[in-house]
Design a protein around this ligand. Structure first.
Ligand SMILES: *Cc1c(COP(=O)(O)O)cnc(C)c1O
Length: 483
């Protein structure tokens, strides 16, 4: 009977993991208060904050056997997580590709976590799987893919790119002996996650061709055609073209229509990386810029970029869904119960994941709560804001701008007559960082230092762009007068 006593003793402690109503209320209220306060203050918080400690006490404080006070816990989050560094929730985030974090997505996550429905296998979570599949159908129709499309909601664009490339590898039945002979066609503007994906999928040794670009950083289709012919002649095996529907550096859209024609004629796989840009299909100007996207064999689109979701959602669509299945299909004995139902494709059958986060709910819930219209308007607004910034800044003294923004990224720099440009632009971006109200990032183009403005936060509006212009103006003035 000692053992029963022991079980009961353990049970009493274990039951702490199921707080009762008053305890739940206590936690919930404290967390909601914190969240509300964060949102109330967000407009006045800096977008970027230098901080010596950089959250170091998070490493120094040990986990204890005893519970800690929720007030203390939230203080740690506030002070060490939500203060130092870049604040991606801020509308002033105009660097890299901004994220977002629309509020109902957090509530969708809350519901997904509280109910913990399993979205991996249809028989276990039919509703959860249908929500994910419905989202895939919606995205499929949005980009004009056919009914044969299958897709998966992954954790981000990098994993989605990896999944697409693995699928392309298996669709062409590439084996180890082929890896050194296959050719991948990209431009210098390709996102580094594609390179990573090639290496992870065993294709690090594939021949990589950097196809020249036009003066707006778009792949030159006729150069691609020539290179494919040359490679065939040399006995190589042209395989994959990776095109961008919005590059990270400049927002350039490769000529998808033409590339689609070429890859079909030449029997190559066209993978389109639309992690940044593909959701611009929701607005008219975006649709124009993305013409031909429907010709891709596989496409990546990131809801945590173009749908303003919090980090953690990227989608892969594969035109001929059978290929996605072929790369990820499995049959384990302990999964035999799951096999009797095939009314819906299960995410676990077409992706590397099994026990997965029910990511669909954080996407589906906001689309229902807000409707599509505000998403369309926000995306069109971002394009207009980028163009407004571009048209304004290009008239400034000594300004040099990159290509007209097809989407929402503007490339620019200043060429002061009396000092080296790279240093001046570096100093300028440091000054913007130090000010902290907005955040811009920089890049290297043909060996020169350029600034970028990337508009994609749902919280970025005209006042943010005007503020950015005035911070730049003040900083330039100050830099010029300190020498
Ligand atoms: C952001 C981005 C990626 C990577 O996506 P993650 O969601 O950050 O993993 C890939 N390609 C492009 C063009 C991107 O902008």
């Amino acid at each position: 009977m000692d053992s029963i006593r022991n079980i009961k003793y353990l049970e009493e402690i274990a039951r702490t993991l199921e707080p009762q109503k008053p305890a739940r209320k206590h936690l919930w209220e404290a967390v909601i208060r914190y969240g509300e306060n964060f949102l109330d203050k967000l407009g006045s918080l800096k977008t970027y904050r230098e901080d010596k400690e950089k959250g170091k006490p998070l490493l120094d404080e040990e986990f204890e056997e005893k519970p800690q006070d929720i007030g203390h816990i939230l203080k740690m989050i506030e002070k060490y997580v939500n203060t130092p560094g870049l604040n991606p929730a801020s509308g002033g985030h105009l660097g890299y590709i901004p994220g977002g974090g629309i509020y109902p997505a957090a509530l969708g996550d809350y519901l997904a976590a509280v109910t913990n429905r399993y979205a991996g296998v249809f028989f276990a979570g039919p509703g959860a799987v249908r929500i994910e599949n419905k989202l895939i159908h919606w995205m499929r129709d949005l980009v004009g893919f056919p009914d044969t499309t299958l897709g998966h909601i992954a954790s981000g664009g990098s994993i989605a790119n990896l999944t697409g490339i693995v699928c392309a590898r298996d669709a062409f039945e590439l084996k180890g002996k082929d890896f050194e002979r296959v050719v991948v066609y990209v431009t210098q503007q390709v996102h580094h996650s594609v390179d990573k994906a090639l290496r992870i999928s065993g294709l690090g040794e594939a021949v990589k061709r950097f196809i020249p670009m036009d003066n707006a950083f778009r792949m030159d289709a006729s150069c691609l055609r020539d290179q494919i012919a040359k490679d065939r002649k040399a006995g190589l095996k042209p395989w994959l073209v990776v095109a961008a529907a919005g590059t990270t550096d400049t927002g350039a859209v490769d000529p998808l229509d033409e590339l689609g024609e070429i890859t079909r004629k030449e029997d190559l796989w066209l993978h389109v990386d639309g992690a940044y840009g593909a959701f611009f299909m929701l607005c008219e100007q975006g649709k124009k810029a993305l013409k031909g996207i429907e010709k891709a064999d596989s496409l990546v689109m990131d809801p945590h970029k173009g749908l303003f979701l919090p980090y953690g959602s990227g989608v892969i669509l594969v035109r001929n869904g059978g290929y996605l299945q072929r790369s990820h299909y499995y049959l384990a004995h302990y999964m035999q119960d799951a096999k009797d139902y095939d009314e819906e494709v299960s995410p676990a059958e077409i992706s590397p994941e099994l026990s997965k986060h029910f990511r669909g709910l954080r996407i589906w819930f906001p689309l229902k709560v807000f409707g599509l219209n505000p998403f369309r308007a926000a995306l069109e607004e971002k394009i207009c804001l980028a163009r407004y910034f571009y048209e304004t800044i290009r008239l400034w003294d000594h300004a040099e701008v990159g290509p007209f923004p097809e989407l929402s990224v503007v490339l620019f720099r200043f060429l002061p007559p009396d000092r080296p440009a790279d240093q001046f632009n570096k100093d300028l971006i440091d000054a913007v960082k130090k000010d902290g109200r907005v955040f811009l990032s920089s890049t290297q183009i043909n060996g020169h230092f350029y600034l970028r403005l990337a508009v994609l936060s749902f919280r970025t509006h005209l006042n943010t762009i005007d503020l950015t212009l005035s911070i730049l103006k003040e900083s330039i003035y100050r830099l010029k007068s300190t020498r």
